[in-house]
Design a protein around this ligand. Sequence first.
Ligand SMILES: Cc1cc2nc3c(=O)[nH]c(=O)nc-3n(C[C@H](O)[C@H](O)[C@H](O)COP(=O)(O)OP(=O)(O)OC[C@H]3O[C@@H](n4cnc5c(N)ncnc54)[C@H](O)[C@@H]3O)c2cc1C
Length: 345
Amino acid sequence: MNKAVRLKVGIVGAGMAGLACAQALASAGAQVQLIDKGRGPGGRLATRRVTSPDDSAHVLGIDHGAQILYPRNPGFAAWLAGGEAAGWAAPWTPRRGGAWATGPDRTGWVGVPGMSALAQALRQDLAVACGQPVVRLARDAHAPWTLHDAAGTAFGPFDCVVLALPPAQAATLLATWADAVAQAWATELQGVAMLPCWTLMAVTDDTGHDWDVMEPETGPLAWVARNHRKPGRATPAGLATWVAQAGAAWTQAHRDDAPARVQDALQTTLQGLLAPPLPTVWHHVAVHRWLYALPPAATPGAPCRWDAALGLGLCGDHFAGRDVEAAWHSGRALARAIALAPSPD
Ligand SMILES: Cc1cc2nc3c(=O)[nH]c(=O)nc-3n(C[C@H](O)[C@H](O)[C@H](O)COP(=O)(O)OP(=O)(O)OC[C@H]3O[C@@H](n4cnc5c(N)ncnc54)[C@H](O)[C@@H]3O)c2cc1C
């Protein structure tokens, strides 16, 4: 990339894919603006903040999205190892419990003090506008791009635009711009049916268990974690934080149920999975519905989409796999493709 003429890139979506793309482009000299509809960056790398029941000044973090990372590629592993040195990541070997635990426990990685710390680490000095849902793409025949949010704010002009979004959300935005390439990509993305996930978050008294995670193979729940057991969580003694995620099939069947009803069902199931002593006090219980939690399957193919003539690119976990590492890989692959494109005049 010609650093004398700084490429201006607008990125919609500040999850792992968008942040990884932005960070790589900024390192290559581009001027990057991220725009996200969420309260902060991270997307599905999310940590919910809950006031501690023992001290209103203390905030507990509960990771209700991605739980643990098992790196496959040396580059991603090296990034996480760098995070351990910097204090925003740590290895974790959760002890598995229940009848489903077979084989040795595996060591993975978590963000510290929450999974969203991984997103914050990438964010650094990047410009991120949060709380701003982009609803329209605009580009005249030869003019640069502008992005428009729901309140009518226009971002840009940008030489190129990246959509780092789950497939359905990217397809909706692409449909706002009448171009053959955009429409073909929208059609492709509409065919990717992401799996939903109802997630229960809870704070209870700590009854102590000899396991950290459970992966039930029957019933509504597919994953249960004693969240406070992750390294660096600073949970006051006597309190436990829980994450319990429903399986895709159960979530699909109860997708549109009232949250109170889902909460009741998942809390009852969790109680049933816990051997006595059971928690006696449920200080906080809430549910969150992820409509686009996980891609349906890892599909081998190009890890991103890029049209140099249009200056339009797509990235996200679904292009490269179905986890945080796939999103990281997809975002960086797109940044490489963009950096090779000719600089603006
Ligand atoms: C419950 C759950 C458990 C998971 N467990 C694991 C795990 O243990 N390990 C693992 O590796 N992965 C796990 N994953 C998957 C992992 O979280 C994702 O693969 C990864 O975070 C996806 O990153 P992304 O950047 O592609 O998408 P996202 O994180 O979804 O980022 C997209 C961003 O776009 C924003 N956005 C959407 N529409 C708009 C718009 N119109 N305008 C502006 N912004 C918009 C969103 O707010 C979001 O921040 C889990 C996911 C969920 C939901």
